[in-house]
Design a protein around this ligand. Structure first.
Ligand code: SAH
Length: 367
């Protein structure tokens, strides 16, 4: 509890002294403040006993199919003798463990792979070390630090933790959302201030037709990492698979805030437990797609997770697993499968985007 009080109190002090801060700075503060931010300090975040559960923790089917995707892309690229198998934000390391198990029948793939994990949380690094044994692993604090080599890159629920900015349209003008403190010096709230000239011009052109009260989210950090991934893939070769919850921009979508906080598997108000709840936003897949294209990569999707997993033959794999399973295991496999695939669970909200250096037929890369 002390952690929460410290972060919230020091944030209020800071705002009362220096004025409001952007949504971006707020997210970065809540998630990454040294020793106190949610992702720099908390352990036991992911899983049934943690705050939220992710696809690799729901079912081994997920990591196994991501593994087959990586193997396929490596073979389609001519089975290079050396390559980097990169995962961004591996959490408990479950997806990498399942991926490696599912591909161990191709020893050359394992021999060629240098595993590079991008992670900021020390407790997670320890867990990853425990889960992924018999492989040499190198850890990096940020993607930019990973050497520029041929890479196959995977990221599940990584991009959604990166900070964003928000802008609101009012009276036909664009304002920037900022975190401010009420006169009582106790309560934080989202306030609007005049946006900078550059942003106002950008939004006025790109989102001219949006009605008042629309909120546009700009994910500069995610876009920057995507630009680096695309550049690396285009210049050095390779592929990337991004899976996350998010949306595709369209005229029919309402532009609202997607900021959310999750604690103990429940949504909680974003200012309630700063540093102790997971604050994220939905990923704008249109924007990731545009950035990867801008840097000349081949881009596939986004498609829904259920569609991607079907294309990767999840039914076949599920049937194989259940053949050898006890009644109890069978129930678990089917309930995991349903959670990954159902439209009202992870099947539709989660989307998949792939980026490659060579141009393939969509069905060759699971799209
Ligand atoms: N991919 C895992 C975990 C998702 S949670 C899964 O699907 O279960 C997000 C992960 O990203 C965690 O491992 C977290 O510690 C890591 N992370 C959060 N912010 C990060 C940052 N700025 N740079 C690198 N890793 C980060």
């Amino acid at each position: 509890m002390a952690v929460y009080i410290d972060l919230a109190v020091s944030l209020k002090d800071k705002i009362s002294k220096d004025g409001p801060i952007s949504v971006y700075d707020f997210m970065q503060y809540a998630m990454q403040t040294n020793e106190l931010g949610y992702y720099s300090s908390s352990d036991n975040i992911i899983g049934k006993n943690g705050d939220f559960i992710t696809a690799p923790e729901v079912s081994q089917l997920f990591g196994e199919l991501v593994g087959l995707w990586c193997l396929n892309l490596w073979q389609l690229s001519g089975s290079p003798k050396k390559f980097q198998l990169v995962e961004l934000g591996p959490g408990n390391g479950t997806m990498m463990k399942d991926l490696l198990r599912a591909t161990k029948h191709v020893p050359d793939f394992h021999k060629a792979a240098k595993i590079c994990l991008v992670e900021i949380n020390r407790d997670f690094i320890e867990r990853q070390r425990d889960q992924i044994q018999h492989h040499s692993i190198e850890w990096f604090n940020k993607y930019e630090d990973v050497p520029e080599e041929f890479s196959i890159i995977v990221a599940n629920e990584f991009f959604d933790v990166l900070p964003i900015n928000q802008y609101t349209k009012r009276g036909d003008k664009w304002y920037v959302n900022m975190i401010d403190l009420h006169g009582d010096k106790q309560h934080l709230f989202i306030d609007q201030f005049e946006a900078s000239q550059n942003i106002k011009e950008f939004l006025a052109v790109k989102y001219a037709s949006l009605p008042n009260d629309s909120i546009v989210e700009v994910q500069d950090e995610a876009n920057l990492i995507m630009s680096k991934i695309a550049t690396n893939i285009v210049t050095r070769g390779g592929a990337a698979l991004v899976i996350d919850y998010g949306y595709v921009e369209s005229r029919h979508r309402s532009f609202v805030s997607t900021l959310q906080a999750v604690k103990n598997h429940k949504y909680s108000p974003i200012f309630e437990e700063i540093g102790l709840s997971d604050i994220t936003s939905h990923i704008n897949f249109t924007s990731l797609y545009d950035v990867a294209k801008l840097y000349q990569a081949n881009v596939y999707g986004p498609i829904n997770q259920s569609q991607f997993l079907s294309n990767m033959h999840i039914d076949l794999r599920k049937n194989m697993l259940t053949l050898q399973a006890t009644a109890e295991q069978k129930r678990e496999i089917i309930s995991g499968y349903n959670r990954l695939m159902s439209a009202d669970q992870m099947g539709n909200l989660f989307k998949v985007l792939a980026i490659t250096s060579s141009c393939f037929e969509p069905w060759d890369v699971g799209f």
